[in-house]
Design a protein around this ligand. Structure first.
Ligand code: DQA
Length: 143
């Protein structure tokens, strides 16, 4: 099975961006971890990152058409992008929303996600390991 891991704006800056909040793992490290975990679980994992909302919407349409499960960290778009939510609503396979930080412990504007109501499940605050847990859940669900 193919799995898409989609990361939104500023996540290309992982490793240097606010390391006390997001840790020291770079986006390249994260991608490598996800691909390796996927391989161990029997998935072909593709990790993508964009700072452009339209590009992200296009990737979600691609996943919807192909029936591909998605692990999504919408980053800041999580909190306000109805375009992202509408694209997520069209997905035909599970959607796991992941946040590296615990958005509920942070500023009030981060407490609400417009994605959560259309996600299958949400993982927040477990660091980059949250992505690996999402992959494991997808594998368990298949059994
Ligand atoms: C984030 C949390 C968001 O509030 C923030 O805008 C991000 C990253 C996280 O992974 O913790 O860019 O989604």
């Amino acid at each position: 099975m193919n799995v898409l891991v989609l990361n939104g704006p500023n996540l290309n800056r992982l490793g240097t961006r606010e390391p006390l909040i997001y840790g020291s793992t770079t986006h390249a490290d994260l991608a490598e971890m996800c691909v390796a975990e996927g391989k161990a679980l029997g998935f072909a994992v593709e990790v993508r990152q964009t700072n452009h909302e339209g590009e992200m919407v296009g990737w979600l349409h691609e996943a919807a058409d192909a029936g591909t499960p998605v692990i999504l960290n919408g980053a800041a778009w999580t909190h306000y992008s109805i375009a992202l939510r509408d694209a997520c609503s069209q997905l035909t396979a599970p959607l796991v929303e992941v946040h590296i930080s615990n958005i509920h412990q942070r500023e009030e504007f981060r407490h609400h996600s417009v994605i959560s109501a259309v996600a299958t499940g949400v993982i927040a605050g477990l660091g980059v390991e949250g992505y690996l847990l999402a992959l494991r859940w997808l594998a368990l669900r298949q059994k």
